[in-house]
Design a protein around this ligand. Structure first.
Ligand SMILES: [Zn+2]
Length: 126
């Protein structure tokens, strides 16, 4: 396995890292953080793969491979009643908002949140 994989840029770490089925599950499906990020950008935010790849700082081919792997794992977990755990991968959490023409809504939301917090602080001083 190549050791020099470029870190994939992610905007967020999911709030919940474990999903446990109601029935008993003997097996575990582990999904990496960047796989979840690819699902969030492409499936939840309906971005095209080129845009999502740009935000994650990877090629379209790599994005596609990560996304398909995520789809397969989710399908496997849902169909076979497996527990899902989000863990590991090769990623770095972005400290700033997505660059490019189109940022993701999470970043926009977070930016708005930060602005409103700063705005409130200024209002208090007046
Ligand atoms: Zn973002």
């Amino acid at each position: 396995m190549p050791r020099d994989i470029k870190a994939r840029r992610v905007c967020s770490i999911p709030d919940n890292l474990r999903f446990i089925p109601e029935g008993c599950s003997k097996e575990l499906t582990v999904i990496t953080v960047e796989e979840v990020e690819s699902l969030r950008l492409c499936d939840l935010e309906s971005m095209d793969q080129d845009t999502a790849a740009g935000l994650m700082n990877i090629s379209r081919g790599t994005l596609q491979r990560i996304l398909y792997s995520a789809h397969r794992k989710i399908a496997e977990a849902l169909c076979r009643g497996r527990e899902i755990q989000i863990k590991g991968g090769c990623f770095e959490l972005s400290e700033e908002r997505c660059k490019g023409e189109k940022g993701c809504s999470y970043c926009c939301f977070r930016l708005k949140e930060i602005n409103s917090i700063q705005g409130d602080a200024e209002d208090d001083r007046k």
